[in-house]
Ligand binder design. Structure first.
Ligand code: ARG
Length: 550
């Protein structure tokens, strides 16, 4: 992709002393780029309008027209050149993060807890960032920091021993564990002995007792089996499933570093790090010797730095853990670790759900897998109506239903709270996953009907009418959009651009007859193919499939 901004900077700097690259602003209705000339008025002792019109006469840049208006210097990219530039470049060839390593901690489920709707955002934001970073050339490391440590597992074993049995556990899996867990808590309120019993079991797990460790491993396997089913539906991958328990024996090493820097204080028998007036202290170890969540995260941070030597380490975790991450990064900073600055809490807002029947809630929890299945069922009904002859209906419904949920989750900026509605997410005419998937399938069917075989050389001058050019322009800087999504940790940049491309394509499709014969037809088919390929690529970055037919 041609760097027009750079060309403008190089071309205009002689006429505008003290011009900086950041003075060049991107598009509005009148131009593709512009430079406001107000800041030069003082130095040049002329009005901004005069500066702009003199510069417009003096500056010559290949492929770009220059005009002046009201103190602005406006730059208009020549359409034919941009279209040619679009077809000269490949899709996804831009690799600005080559050689960089990015750890991404996402989804991070808790053992023996249901995989519920609250995990949707961390899972899909993290999973999408993983794809985006990889696409940009980075070495992405997907980490599921399992919640597999804590006294709750002792409680679960004691509940299982009292009220559970193996056959039911094998049959009902997580449902059974959840019920046992709920029962344990209500009984423990009445019976103090239960808590003592639970503590004994959790000590046995830590001590490596064969029976207790075996049961815990079973709980873990049941949880992961369920989670992996959901990951497969969502196109989510991980490189590591190392959870909190892995770091328990590494907390001592962190404490030693804290002692060496004289940072570890004792308060009421607990070990803490004071963080100044604007933050509560970080609790490293309780007075009974048990390590805390932040201590295991400190150990994990060192482990990740040593193992992967990351350039960035992201934590995709809900906003209610903001203080935890502030404390975590602050402690690392106090320890003098420069790389504390490379750690980012990628926070997101709350999700609530409309239109899911209460019957699908089990034990008052809305399982993510059930939400996906409900969406797939609705998608199947819609597809049945729209296209009863479609082959492979089940697979397409799965792609469309699951895709609708994921797209909806990734459509708004991540910090915004969301109220999720299945009906809205599945609206084929709205700004939705199904709309993008459908537009992609429509492109493919145009190409198939035309017998288009691809890769023909085209005349760029034939794609400069307003409708075609608008499409071309949105495709042309798609790589930049992906790069910005990585820099801001915002997959929504990608989903929003995909919708814009679809809207522009549909305007083009209605305004310009594609099957018009001759070189014009070839050019319009080539643009259609480029739209389809870009949509498929973009959808893959936000975890969606791109069915060929819908
Ligand atoms: N399991 C935790 C929870 O559900 C999230 C863990 C996030 N990752 C981390 N390194 N602390 O709240």
């Amino acid at each position: 992709m041609k760097d027009y901004k750079k060309a403008i900077y190089e071309g205009a700097k002689a006429a505008l002393p003290s011009l900086e690259p950041t003075d060049i602003q991107a598009a509005d209705a009148f131009c593709d780029y512009c430079i406001p000339c107000f800041k030069f008025a003082k130095v040049l002792r002329k009005s901004p309008a005069a500066i702009a019109s003199e510069a417009a006469a003096a500056v010559v840049i290949d492929g770009i027209g220059v005009t002046a208006l009201n103190g602005y210097l406006n730059f208009t990219v020549e359409r034919e050149g941009l279209v040619r530039d679009l077809f000269d470049g490949g899709i996804g060839a831009y690799k600005p993060l080559d050689g960089k390593t990015v750890c991404i901690d996402y989804s991070s489920v808790n053992i023996a807890k249901p995989f519920h709707i609250g995990h949707l955002m961390t899972t899909v934001i993290g999973g999408s960032l993983y794809k985006i970073y990889k696409a940009l050339g980075a070495n992405a490391v997907g980490i599921n920091h399992l919640g597999d440590f804590g006294t709750q597992f002792g409680g679960l074993i004691s509940a299982y021993r009292r009220w559970g049995d193996e056959k039911r556990l094998d049959e009902r899996g997580l449902d059974e564990l959840l019920e046992l867990y709920v029962k344990y808590h209500s009984e423990a309120e009445k019976d103090a002995e239960l808590a003592a019993e639970a503590r004994e079991w959790s000590q046995k797990i830590e001590g490596g007792d064969e029976y207790s460790v075996g049961l815990f491993k079973k709980f873990k396997a049941i949880t992961l089996e369920q989670a992996k089913k959901v990951y497969a539906r969502l196109n989510i991958e991980f490189d590591s499933y190392l959870g909190e328990s892995f770091y328990v024996d590494k907390v001592g090493g962190v404490e030693q570093k804290l002692i060496d820097k004289d940072l570890l204080k004792t308060s009421d028998g607990a070990k803490i790090v004071e963080l100044g007036d604007d933050m509560p202290p970080a609790l490293i170890r309780r007075s009974d010797g048990a390590s805390l969540y932040i201590a295991r995260d400190l150990a994990a941070a060192y482990y990740r730095k040593q193992t992967y030597d990351f350039d960035k380490c992201l934590y995709v975790v809900a906003s209610h853990q903001a203080l935890h991450f502030k404390q975590l990064f602050k402690v690392l900073g106090l320890l003098g670790e420069r790389w504390a600055e490379d750690m980012v809490h990628v926070s997101y807002g709350m999700v609530s759900v409309d239109g899911m029947a209460l019957a699908t809630r089990r034990g008052n929890v809305l399982y993510l897998n059930d939400v996906l299945s409900a969406a797939v069922e609705k998608a199947a009904a819609i597809i049945d109506e729209r296209n009863p002859e479609l082959a492979d209906k089940a697979r397409v419904s799965e792609s469309v239903g699951v895709g609708a949920v994921v797209f909806d989750a990734l459509y708004d900026g991540r910090l915004k709270d969301k109220n999720f509605s299945l009906a809205d997410a599945l609206n084929f005419d709205g700004e939705t996953g199904p709309y993008v998937q459908y537009t992609h399938a429509r492109c493919r069917s145009v190409l198939a009907k035309a017998g288009y075989s691809g890769a023909q050389s085209i005349d760029a001058a034939l794609l400069v009418d307003d409708e075609a050019y608008e499409v071309a322009k949105l495709l042309w800087d798609f790589d930049d959009v992906v790069y910005n999504a990585a820099l801001k940790y915002e997959p929504s940049f990608v989903s929003r651009r995909l919708v814009k491309i679809c809207q522009a394509f549909n305007r083009f499709y209605n305004a310009d007859r594609i099957m018009c014969g001759g070189d014009m037809q070839t050019a319009r088919l080539a643009l259609t193919e480029r739209v389809a390929d870009t949509l498929a690529y973009g959808l893959s970055l936000i975890l969606l499939d791109a069915p060929e037919r819908m």
